[in-house]
Design a protein around this ligand. Sequence first.
Ligand code: HEM
Length: 222
Amino acid sequence: MKQKVYLYRAFERFWHWSQALIIFFLALSGFEIHGSFSFLGYQSAVKYHNMAAYALVILIIFAIFWHLATGEWKQYVPTAKNIKAQINYYLLGIFKNAPHPTRKTVLSKLNPLQRLVYLGFKILIIPTMVLSGLLYMFYRYPQNGSIEGLNIESIKTIALFHTAGAFILVAFVIVHLYLITTGTTITSNLKAMVTGYEELEDTTKSQLESKNEVISAEVNNE
Ligand code: HEM
């Protein structure tokens, strides 16, 4: 039996969509700075990239607070259980209409692969982008709090980390957009992140029901 479950709270949805928008804009302006194309003009791209970067930092501070205050950080604790099954599902099972190997619940919204990848972004990629971005900002334009003391040999290293992170983020967004469509229906994941609600299998009920079926079958056999 399916049941409508409130999966994503208001702040979580606000955080998700504003983060998506800001990162999309940072990628757009960043790759213009990189020289990949011309859209806003170099000067404006730098100006708006810096403004969006500050917006992202503020959003991240609020998101960290929200994760700690609500205990939702626990959703990202990695687990090895079912990880192979999840990989097999995406590589093979999905093309054969196999069932999802893991069930979404309020207490475990992320499958084991999502847990691992999202955690990696939270503790590795995003900090790399923020740190290299801030170093880029203040190394490039040393102000009062000049960080020459860190003895950074060249801006090249910073640019390399920042650009590599940007490519990883863009790759993530592409894969993410595909995976959004692989829920119970093609739009169920997207709808859930917009409305907060998703139709999920009621595990306790269905387990009870299947137990009852076994019991009634046994009774009938007697
Ligand atoms: C808080 C986060 C961030 C900060 C503080 C930041 C800051 C900066 C700064 C100061 C620059 C150099 C601008 C110049 O040359 O004058 C830059 C370049 C760039 N940024 Fe960011 N950025 C951040 C996040 C991002 C994100 C999330 C992306 C991509 C998704 C991104 C992509 C790029 C790219 C591709 C470049 C050009 C790198 C190069 O060619 O050397 N940035 N960023």
